[in-house]
Design a binder for this molecule. Sequence first.
Ligand SMILES: Cc1ncc(COP(=O)(O)O)c(C=O)c1O
Length: 396
Amino acid sequence: MTEAAPRSGPSSSRVQISRRSNVAPFMALDVLANARRREAQGQDIIHLEIGEPGSPPPRAVREAAMAALDGRRIGYTEALGRPSLRERIARHYRDAYGLAVAPEHIVVTNGSSGGFLLAFLSLFDAGARVAIAAPGYPAYRNILEALGIETVTIEVSEATRFVVTPSMIEAVHAKTRLDGILLMSPANPSGTMMSAEALRDVCAACERLGVAFISDEVYHGLTYGQPARTALEFSSEVIVANSFSKYFCMTGWRIGWLVLPGHMVRTVERLQQNLAVSVGLLSQIGAEAVFDAQEDLQRVLSGYARNRAILLNELPDMGLGGFHPVDGAFYIYVDVSRLTDDSGHFCAKMLDEIGVAATPGLDFDRTRGRGAVRFSFAGPEGDIVEAMRRLKSWLR
Ligand SMILES: Cc1ncc(COP(=O)(O)O)c(C=O)c1O
């Protein structure tokens, strides 16, 4: 057997790494890797760092995938996704929102992450300017930067209940033209949701200004009061990204979807053909089955609601009562500025000393995130209770 040549270190290699790949790490995943290393060494860790349902997908998903595996060829599918799944997603819009969406406008993607790549490539050239909110999902900026697209940060605050308003968009656009804006509701890391009126006004402002609006709706289904509204109700020009990862508990299946204006579909199809060929067939089969498992999914949601209630009750008692309104998703974004101005160090110390893994706010907001921490409450209730017990005695 021939031995592989010794791998040379980065400094001795003459092969250059591209400048555009020099994006920031996704800290939540770095914290997860560190926590898993510690677990492998025997430390007892509670995972509140990662935005991933603790529950497996409903049984119907596993059964459908297993039946498909039995003797069937697992091949490529249509680049836009299997027609039956695109139709099933369209039916979901009718059932959940009372909205008619044509299956031809739906594209099945490799998670919403794969959807963002397709949407950004089809909408923006290198050098375009796209606005995102802070705090916000870190991968937005990192994917856009890798594509040579400039990001413009709009800081949200209590003054607008932590959502971006049309006047904020207009002010930024007046200074330097925006090509797009990417917003989510319910939001990560805050859980804060836009009202129907706010979403409608943002849609109208984007149409008026000629700014592409991408609405990230991956946390739909996970709400604790009013249900979330889709931007598709208010605009025929919006691009919606959604996912089977969160409400549907299918993170590792890597499947999501886009809803596109008709004129974008063929462009996205050509990109998907070349970038991914298609989404995994087993995942598409599983995804089609998950819509009929609403009872299981609602049970999981009740678990999150219990976890949320524990956190809302316990955190203020520890002096950690400053957090954004948790309307949806499964995160709580807590102000820890009283305790630290270095959330990275704070989280590392918390992991080291009490085995509670959480994500530094710096992942979500490069300035104000120094004084914030995100806890995910998507795991088992027992973990949330134990994490609060540990945190309480640590902070005493
Ligand atoms: C707001 C938001 N959008 C998109 C994603 C990506 O999810 P996926 O690619 O699994 O659909 C995440 C994951 O945490 C997220 O929080």
